[in-house]
Design a protein around this ligand. Sequence first.
Ligand code: ZN
Length: 196
Amino acid sequence: MTILKILGYGNPILRQKSKEVSKISKKIRILIENMLDTMYSANGVGLAAPQVGENLRIFVIDVSKENEPYNPLVFVNPKIIKKSGAICVKEGCLSFPEAYINVRRYSDVMVKALDINGRPFVTEAKNGELLAYAIQHENDHLDGILFVDHSRNIFEATEALSKHNLPQLEEDKLINEPELEEQILASENADKAKEQ
Ligand code: ZN
């Protein structure tokens, strides 16, 4: 079992675009095993290769609950092939210890990827479940995009980052998501109307 060092926000490797894996060699398999060990030891839900210093298109996720058996999911060369719906979720990231920030995400995604044996598979996650936004969060890491770039409230994000002594938002990286924002606002207004 090898625990790798997780790079923190501010490290330029986290902002680089990662390369496709051309062959799942023994070295790649070992990297994946080590990424899983590292994710579990940090109590994370997901970990992308750039976070351990490798700009390769690989991420791992485990959304099983504490009382459930481990269910490691490995995604090599993933591609999100369908996305729809919108949700606001509070996310964290192992590269941003203890900072949780509201971000915009799609509620439904379909992703295709290769597993650790190089076999292609397709996974679907729906209704804003944890797996749906974990896939988007980890897939973003492969393109140098970080969850704070999807912040819904810049003031809240700024406050959370400074509270945890993390570098500030990079304003040129913020992603404008008017369609997602519109859908989120519409569902929040519908919830409010129900409460009244
Ligand atoms: Zn992350």
